[in-house]
Write a protein that binds this ligand. Structure first.
Ligand code: RB5
Length: 150
């Protein structure tokens, strides 16, 4: 599975840890920045990872900022992205099963490393359940269609 990853400066060190963790597990990870702890703007990286996933070149994306909030809002502006900000293992599983989230957002200043890695592993390891949830995800796409003028 090809994974796009990105963060602002607040998420930089957790991004590096997650990247190594995933590469050790055999995932192909492409890093969309940032590449240091120098101050940056989270929307740039939310957009880059969101577009990488929406393009179909990457199956999943992971975005990280201090809280995970700003970068998740930015990623969710890209049509086709369903970005879930997750801070617990139950939600990590549920958002894959129910929402078919394709981008995971994490708050580096909120989570410990151990919990963050557990969330990543659960999220990547859980399939969408489909069934009654498909209709609801389709309704999200319909909202996008209403507002996206291409
Ligand atoms: C950067 O200081 C911080 O605002 C950012 O990482 C994030 O928490 C925004 O939502």
């Amino acid at each position: 599975m090809k994974i796009a990853i990105g963060s602002d400066h607040g998420g930089y060190s957790l991004k590096e840890i997650i990247k190594s963790h995933l590469e050790e597990k055999g995932f192909e990870v492409e890093d969309f920045g940032t590449y240091s702890e120098e101050s940056t703007d989270y929307p740039d990286f939310g957009q880059a990872v969101g577009e990488a996933v929406a393009s179909g070149k990457f199956e999943k994306g992971i975005v990280i900022c201090g809280t995970g909030i700003g970068i998740s809002i930015a990623a969710n502006k890209v049509p086709g992205v369903r970005c879930a900000l997750v801070g617990d293992c139950f939600s990590a599983r549920a958002t894959r099963e129910h929402n078919d989230s394709n981008v995971l957002a994490l708050g580096a200043r909120v989570l410990g490393v151990g919990l963050a890695l557990d969330i990543v592993d659960i999220w990547l390891g859980t399939e969408f359940e489909g069934g009654r949830h498909s209709k609801r995800v389709d309704k999200i796409t319909q909202i996008e269609s209403k507002y996206n003028i291409k």
